[in-house]
Design a protein around this ligand. Structure first.
Ligand code: MOS
Length: 737
């Protein structure tokens, strides 16, 4: 059969989508996950669960000083533990999780240097996990460190903040004259908000099993969001060419940013496996994930708004501060959505970074919007209060007609429809004044916030094959981190090739397959879905050729090809089978339109009048993110985001020891991600939408939309309940009393 490549660069809008004309009627349907039965039966194999022959177990040893160096490791202490095979340290310079933006500093400080508390300095390898762990803990107590003076506190070094290199947004944006506009504004707000360091807290621990074959090729069974770029990072760290590294990550138990890049256990396992000449499995303990993978930066955010007497914003300033290790390029893009959500002629959006000797900061769950909109959407509520205007009305009056900075159209934008629909469904008209709804010990309050999250198209490739039996096979190194990728790629394939979904098999997470978009930045479904779409489109043309008709005149349905009054089984037409590869790339559309997903959050809280305890009573979100590919998996994405909104508003906070930067609360008991008891009934509604500027399947990002703004709606509801405005997140009960 044929084999060709169908490549599309998004230079032009793409109004026609085969998903609108497919006859299978499977796209968009709330289908159960096709991988669901495997997962609930424990038969989906996660990174640490592979059984490799003759495997040894590695356990990392973290430093017990914040900044310093190893003087004497005393490896013999670990080696004396029965079952310990070796202690390996010579990979030290490569242990740091590579940075996630700008120029990443290459490690030059020598093998013994310690840059943050818990940074791995060795890996102990044993015949069993228990032996390796015992050796590692004994060793950790015995290492002689020299302690150097470090910087651990953002507040103390704020005056030394630096301007970072450009990341996903530029660090500085200036337009007009903010100071003058503020001075002339009828109403102004000047408020400073802060958010703490946070941890992605994925359920699955970071884990790698490294094995080398006789040709010097490394295979890592690992936990990754982005196999194609992670493969490059591993190759760089180990001094290999990319084709010498294979990553297998078929099932991933959540990432939330922490698995965008490689983590220390991967390189350590690879070096240990090479040294020992046998496979090495290294699983980080939960505490080590907190210590030595990646955190979201703490932030301080000054928001100033100026408006005329009618509430129209004339000036907007969002000046932000974050932290990272010295020399790192990444900064939390806290002002990301401030660039485009609200109008205002006079604008100032800045990002500064304080260099601290604490664990690397990087992307986590809607980097930028998740914490930035806690501040800006709280500020909008504060401004509405000052004017004495309903906060929905304030937002309605500040709906820009086009991107206020780039002066280009929004590809789609449904903020006001989402606010209107949400208000109606939620019963916004029943909202009372501040502290006016007391029911016994509990004050109730309602809050609202806008949701917005930039849409990104990531280059992605996928191969689709129709085999001799008329079944379809999808192959890409894209991942499913719990999002539903397996299912939506099968739905797209089934829809376009006219197949029952049961005969579509999807293979993900293997870098031997074409490089997919990976799972990050909410681009997974739109990007990898488009590459599968393009492969299927090419296959339709191949099928049409065999049928002797034009593809547009042909219907594919239930495994049959129908044209010219003929109906032929697909299996008969394809012979031995046929394959095609689809490739999507971003193009001019990205610059010619501003692309984002939007929505509105509504929250009811109850605040205890005696204890200050906050309970979220109900949440409702209305979202527009282009075509919904699977209403069930899409809804789950949004619910998950809203739950993380509760975390950001009320519970999640890394506490750094001010003496050494150490993460003091390094497990899921002390670092509280909302659990069932914290999560009320959550309602999610979607607005119909197609975005022809985004990609050929017209779908945009959803995963991180649900979190963007959600926490602010909670903060705003708390204010409505009790009249207390807490600007320091999370809003714990002590801050309300
Ligand atoms: Mo996301 S924080 O880009 O995994």
């Amino acid at each position: 059969g044929g084999d060709d490549t169908n490549a599309l660069k998004m230079d032009e809008p793409h109004p026609e989508s085969l998903l609108d004309t497919g006859a299978q009627d499977v796209i968009g349907k709330p289908l159960d996950r096709i991988d669901g039965p495997l997962k609930v039966a424990g038969r989906a194999t996660y990174a640490a669960e592979y059984d490799l022959d003759n495997v040894a177990y590695g356990f990392l040893v973290g430093s017990t000083v914040g900044k310093g160096k190893v003087v004497d490791l005393h490896a013999e202490i670990a080696k004396a533990v029965p079952g310990v095979i070796d202690v390996i340290t010579d990979y030290k310079t490569f242990l740091r999780n590579p940075g996630q933006g700008g120029e990443t500093k290459s490690p030059t400080q020598g093998v013994e240097s310690v840059d943050y508390w818990g940074e791995p300095v060795a890996i102990v390898v044993g015949e069993s996990y228990e032996a390796a762990r015992d050796g590692a803990y004994r060793l950790q107590q015995a290492i002689d460190f020299e302690t150097k003076e470090g910087r651990y506190n953002l507040d103390a070094y704020r005056d030394e903040a630096k301007t970072p290199p450009p990341g996903v947004i530029p660090p500085d944006y200036k337009q007009g004259d903010v100071e003058k506009a503020l001075a002339e504004a009828a109403v102004t707000l000047d408020a400073t908000y802060d958010t703490p360091s946070q941890n992605s807290a994925a359920m699955e621990l970071h884990a790698s099993i490294a094995s080398w074959d006789e040709d010097g090729r490394l295979t890592i069974h690992g936990a990754y969001q982005m196999p194609s770029s992670d493969r490059q990072q591993l190759a760089d760290a180990l001094g290999l060419s990319k084709d010498k590294v294979r990553i297998i990550a078929r099932y991933v138990g959540g990432g939330f940013g922490s698995k965008l890049g490689i983590a220390p256990e991967s390189v350590a396992a690879a070096v240990a496996a090479k040294t020992l000449g046998r496979p090495v499995k290294a699983v980080m303990a939960r505490q080590q994930v907190f210590d030595a993978t990646v955190r979201r930066s703490d932030t301080e955010q000054r928001v100033r708004l100026g408006a005329d007497a009618d509430g129209r914003i004339t000036a907007i300033a969002h000046e932000t501060l974050g932290s990272n290790l010295p020399g790192e390029g990444f900064f939390e893009p806290t002002g990301a959505s401030t660039h485009f959500v609200y109008p205002g002629e006079n604008r100032l959006i800045t990002h500064r970074v304080v260099e601290l000797d604490r664990l690397l900061s990087g992307s986590m769950r809607a980097p930028g919007e998740a914490v930035g909109m806690l501040a800006t959407e709280s500020a909008m509520d504060e401004l509405a209060d000052k004017i004495g205007m309903d906060p929905i009305e304030l937002r309605r009056r500040n709906e820009p007609e086009q991107d206020p900075q780039k002066q280009v159209p929004f590809s789609t934008r449904q903020v006001v429809p989402a606010l209107d629909k949400g208000a109606e469904l939620f019963g916004w008209d029943k909202r009372k004044g501040v502290a006016e709804d007391r029911r016994g010990e509990w004050f109730h309050g309602l809050g609202v916030a806008t949701a917005a999250r930039s849409n990104v198209l990531q280059p992605s490739a996928a191969k689709v094959t129709i085999d001799g039996q008329g079944r379809a096979i999808v192959e890409t190194d894209m991942t499913d981190i719990g999002t539903g990728t397996y299912t939506i790629l099968a739905q797209i394939t089934a829809e376009i090739l006219g197949l029952p979904i049961e005969v579509v098999t999807v293979h993900l997470g293997d870098t031997d397959a074409p490089p997919g978009a990976g799972s990050g930045g909410s681009w997974g479904a739109g990007s990898s879905g488009s590459s599968v779409y393009l492969a299927c489109e090419a296959l339709r043309k191949q099928v049409a050729d065999k049928m002797g008709v034009a593809a547009e005149t042909m219907t594919m349905k239930d495994g049959r090809v129908i044209a010219d009054n003929r109906s032929v089984p697909l299996a008969e037409l394809v012979g031995d089978g046929m394959s095609a590869t689809g490739e999507i790339k971003p193009g001019k559309q990205e610059k010619e339109t501003t692309q984002a997903s939007y929505g509105a959050h509504f929250v009811e809280v109850a605040v205890n009048a005696v204890t200050g305890e906050v309970r979220v009573v109900r949440m409702l979100g209305v979202f527009a993110g282009g075509r919904i590919l699977n209403e069930k998996t899409a809804r789950s994405q949004c619910i998950g985001g809203m739950v993380f909104g509760i975390g950001g508003a009320l519970t999640e906070e890394i506490v750094h020891d001010p003496r050494n930067g150490r993460v003091a609360n390094r497990d899921l008991a002390e670092y509280h991600v909302p659990a069932n008891a914290d999560v009320p009934q959550i309602e999610v509604h979607f607005l119909p939408e197609r975005d022809v500027h985004a990609n050929p399947i017209h779908a945009k990002g959803l995963g991180e939309l649900g979190i963007s703004g959600a926490g602010a709606a909670i903060a705003n509801a708390i204010h409505n309940a009790v009249g207390v405005r807490v600007r320091s997140f999370p809003i714990t009960l002590d801050k309300l009393l």
